[in-house]
Design a protein around this ligand. Structure first.
Ligand code: FES
Length: 212
């Protein structure tokens, strides 16, 4: 469980792509996940409240077992992170304004229909989700594996007209609120969507779907 009082320095930006982290290294991977969690806390201080993640057992994590996330307390606009197979998985509860932005940015995207991107068939749609309100995506950049951070709409560091989304600090890739990468970015594809299903209105199972 995260400590709400934790603080950290911003992630270092490698000048050479070869310096980007190797996520196959368990120690480095844990650092990425830790950075993602603390990054969510930093976002909370600005505009995006963060809900602490659940913690599956070490044995379940090692086995790559599905992970159940309780989204009952997740408020509109909030992002939570859970760990599945050693990767950070984001669950974002999108507001009507966030969903509207997904219909307005398609001309700026590299793969707006997710034809070249990784997701289950039931998430190959404009919102890349089962329920439009909830985005479930793996928070690892598809360029070289850094961890993007959330950037709310209007964040001054993202320039005018920023609709909200995610920014990778390593080489500057930008993703919208469905994890779709903007055109002409280093990242070649949208953020992956893992298999998942809703087991109730307040529980999401990550790593298993109705075919699993
Ligand atoms: S790792 Fe290069 S842009 Fe994300």
């Amino acid at each position: 469980m995260s400590n709400a009082s934790a603080t950290t320095s911003p992630p270092t930006v490698p000048s050479d792509p070869r310096d980007a982290p190797d996520v196959s290294d368990p120690a480095r991977r844990n650092l990425i996940i830790g950075t993602a969690v603390v990054g969510g806390l930093a976002g909370a201080a600005v505009a995006w409240p963060f809900l602490a993640s659940m913690a599956p057992s070490e044995r379940a994590k090692a086995a790559g077992a599905p992970v159940e996330a309780d989204i009952g307390q997740l408020q509109p606009g909030q992002l939570m992170t859970v760990e599945w197979r050693g990767k950070p998985v984001w669950i974002l509860r999108r507001t009507p304004e966030m969903l509207k932005s997904l219909t307005e940015d398609t001309a700026q995207l590299a793969d707006p229909k997710s034809l070249r991107s990784e997701q289950p068939p039931y998430a190959q749609n404009e919102t890349r989700s089962i329920k439009p309100e909830y985005l479930v995506a793996i928070g690892i950049c598809t360029h070289l594996g850094c961890s993007p951070s959330e950037k709310p709409a209007g964040d001054p560091s993202m320039g005018s007209g920023w609709p909200g989304g995610f920014f990778c600090p390593c080489h500057g890739s930008r993703f919208d609120l469905a994890g779709r990468v903007f055109a002409n970015m280093p990242a070649p594809t949208n953020l992956p969507v893992p298999p998942y299903k809703f087991v109730s209105d307040s529980k999401v199972l990550i790593g298993e779907d109705n075919k699993g």
